[in-house]
Write a protein that binds this ligand. Structure first.
Ligand SMILES: Cc1ncc(COP(=O)(O)O)c(C=O)c1O
Length: 352
């Protein structure tokens, strides 16, 4: 099928760009002690996760028990839930999954650790945990040092297997590269590595110290003692990372059709917030210089010509949009069309 024959709105992935991102990130980690465990929440596509593992990833990171379940059902053997899981229902679901794969989950409080421990006792399984440390994002995570060690001791006393430490520097991902930013990334990594050393001195072996994302991987991935990186967006790439020094290309677009054009050149596309996220800023047009997206409605995008522009979109014409936030855009679709040279080469199923 040709790209132009796809029913819109539709999610496209440019295979050349996506494969270049895949290999570029794999090459970075190939000869390093630190390894890549890509975040699944970005694409939610098992076939892409399998490509990442085949390219050298040591397993997958994810955000929810449902995502972990999808990964287990596609044969991924080692899964880090880089997020807090609380309550008996989810803890029991997780305990069931830990029969089929190494299931490692972040904990930052005793209540959640106790829920996980109870679930694994009831289900007679073994859940593994990493102590989640807040390194500046101000979201989840306990404090580095003694508070983290105290929680690790509690988790052990409850029968959980403590694998190590994680901390996510989300507040630094979209910050443009500079010596100051790089120093902040190193400080976050240092807090994790120092806490890992404290665990070791207290007799708790540490095999995982996990951090980082697309914007910070090159600094934290080189920091001695960091064992793995959780980057996700690098494969599809968000506009926010472009011009921030990350060596990846945008591969994700949404294909839309022009459904109405006014004499003034103002046009309307069949693609609104139900097909592309407006989170983190309005999408931009890929190949239509001279035109600008000005608003997203539920099922429509409004396009305005730039002053003096001669560009006039035609009814029925197809255009591609860059999403600013791929996580929230992928989540709106059931599949991707993998496109090369104008032809659909593969269709990937997105799992929810
Ligand atoms: C805990 C955690 N780790 C890793 C990532 C991946 O970061 P990125 O998509 O910037 O590579 C995210 C993304 O939000 C995250 O929340």
């Amino acid at each position: 099928m040709k790209k132009d024959q796809i029913t819109t709105p539709a999610l496209l992935v440019d295979l050349d760009a996506m494969e270049s991102n895949l290999h570029c990130m794999a090459a970075f980690f190939r000869d390093r002690a630190c390894k890549l465990r890509p975040h699944f929440k970005n694409h939610k596509t098992p076939l892409l996760a399998l490509k990442q593992v085949r390219a050298g990833a040591i397993g997958m990171t994810c955000a929810t028990v449902r995502e972990a379940e999808i990964l287990v059902s596609h044969g991924i053997g080692s899964i880090l839930i880089a997020n807090e899981i609380a309550g008996d229902t989810k803890a029991e679901w997780l305990a069931d999954l830990s029969r089929h794969a190494s299931m490692i989950v972040a904990v930052d409080n005793r209540g959640a650790a106790a829920d996980l421990a109870r679930a694994q006792r009831d289900r007679k399984t073994q859940i593994e945990v990493v102590i989640d440390i807040d390194i500046g994002l101000n979201r989840c995570g306990t404090q580095a040092g003694e508070p983290a060690l105290d929680l690790a001791r509690f988790a052990l006393s409850e029968g959980l297997k403590v694998r190590g430490i994680m901390g996510y520097d989300g507040h630094l991902q979209g910050v443009a590269k500079s010596p100051e930013r790089d120093e902040l990334i190193r400080q976050g990594s240092k807090a994790l590595v120092d806490s890992a050393a404290l665990f070791e001195r207290a007799g708790i072996p540490v095999s995982i110290v996990s951090t980082g994302g697309t914007g910070t991987h090159a600094i934290s991935g080189d920091y001695p003692g960091i064992t793995e990186i959780q980057a996700g967006s690098y494969l599809l790439m968000d506009t926010i990372y472009v011009n921030r020094g990350a060596p990846f290309q945008r591969s994700l677009t949404v294909l839309a059709t022009v459904i109405s054009v006014k004499e003034s050149g103002h046009a309307v596309l069949d693609c609104g917030v139900k097909a592309i996220s407006g989170e983190r800023g309005l999408p931009t047009l890929k190949d239509a210089p001279g035109a600008q997206l000005t608003a997203l409605h539920a099922e429509h995008a409004l396009i305005k010509p730039e002053p003096d522009s001669r560009v006039k979109l035609e009814v029925g014409e197809k255009v591609e949009l860059w999403a600013n936030y791929s996580d929230a855009t992928v989540n709106l679709h059931s599949h991707f069309y993998g496109v090369r040279n104008g032809q659909v080469e593969e269709v990937y199923r997105i799992e929810h």
